[in-house]
Design a protein around this ligand. Structure first.
Ligand code: MG
Ligand code: MG
Ligand code: MG
Length: 308
């Protein structure tokens, strides 16, 4: 049976596109693998898939014991497939912190502090002198644009920029034009229910023994999103009760101005004030100037606040 390759739950463009690219890479080196996805493909990713005429991977809900898997774009078990604890993890290609991850057998891990998993995979092609076809270059560059918010996120490194430059040539796109079109396609959420805004790109974290969920939504107009604040709060309250969360932080990121307006709900919401040195408004919101990265800006600051 083919080894499954997948990114995290609530998959973003990196999780889908890096799984597709890594499937191609591994197939080129003679391994039997299959890209999968752990959730719905979002609109931004759909834009990339249809632009480069690539099929979305099949959905995978759960793995049987001992299933051979490779993880891309994540390692924390609570973000991975159901029953990951009993799978055989062969490889991890990632660019996140390592947490809640354990294997019984040796594992190949390639985790680098770059802006995108796709950047690491691009380097792996180059190291093995494997030609990157146009559609795979399209997948990789889409992931880099997405994770780096078109190179404006503080997570973006020179390696991501260099990789994107080279990939743009192969994919035959002008990265600024293509990238903004792709981000805007993802930021158009007007036809989606509020529940999708909140959970479409949500991740769970353990912070000093507390369960914290952080949902992120890209938009060109946060005020438009927060017109539905009552419904948003109701939805979040239900998630908090169902999962026993200490905090749900909803991060609405303005992709044109590179700020985020957050909504903090739950018993530990005071930690948001401490983490970002802000005061929550009477409806539990705050603007975080220059904050666009959950991984590099939100999670570390919030984790420190929970620890102190
Ligand atoms: Mg991701
Ligand atoms: Mg990523
Ligand atoms: Mg992301």
């Amino acid at each position: 049976m083919a080894t499954y390759i997948f990114g995290h739950k609530n998959p973003d463009t990196d999780s889908i596109c890096s799984a597709i690219a890594f499937e191609h890479f591994k197939t080129e080196v003679g391994e039997n693998v299959k890209a999968m996805r752990l959730g719905e493909v979002n609109k931004e990713t759909n834009y990339a898939l249809s632009y480069f005429d690539v099929q979305a991977p099949d959905f995978l809900e759960k793995v049987a014991d001992e299933t051979e898997v490779m993880l891309v774009d994540h390692n924390e078990f609570q973000q991975s497939v159901d029953n990951i604890e009993h799978a055989q993890i062969l490889e991890v290609i990632d660019h996140h912190r390592i947490a809640n991850f354990e294997t019984s057998d040796p594992v190949y891990m390639r985790v680098e502090p770059v802006g995108c998993t796709a950047t690491i995979i691009k380097d792996m092609y180059d190291e093995k002198n494997i030609t990157i076809p146009k559609h795979i270059a399209g997948m990789l560059i889409s992931a880099i644009v997405s994770d780096s918010l078109l190179f404006k996120s503080p997570t973006c490194t020179n390696r991501d920029i260099e990789a994107a430059k080279a990939l743009a040539k192969i994919a035959e796109v002008d990265v600024d034009t293509y990238g903004l079109d792709m981000l805007k396609a993802g930021a158009d959420v007007s036809d989606q229910p509020v529940s999708a805004w909140i959970s479409g790109d949500a991740k769970e974290f353990m912070m000093h023994g507390s369960s914290v969920e952080i949902g992120q939504l890209n938009t060109v107009d946060p005020a438009e999103i927060y017109k539905s604040i009552d419904e948003i709060k109701e939805e979040i309250q239900i998630i908090i009760e169902n999962k026993g969360l200490s905090l749900f932080l909803f991060v609405v990121t303005d992709i044109l101005n590179n700020d985020s307006e957050v909504l903090a709900i739950g018993p530990a919401k005071d930690n948001v004030e401490a983490a970002f040195d802000v005061t929550l408004s009477s409806d539990d919101r705050a603007v975080l100037k220059g904050v666009v990265s959950r991984k590099k800006q939100v999670v570390p600051n919030l984790t420190r606040a929970f620890e102190s």
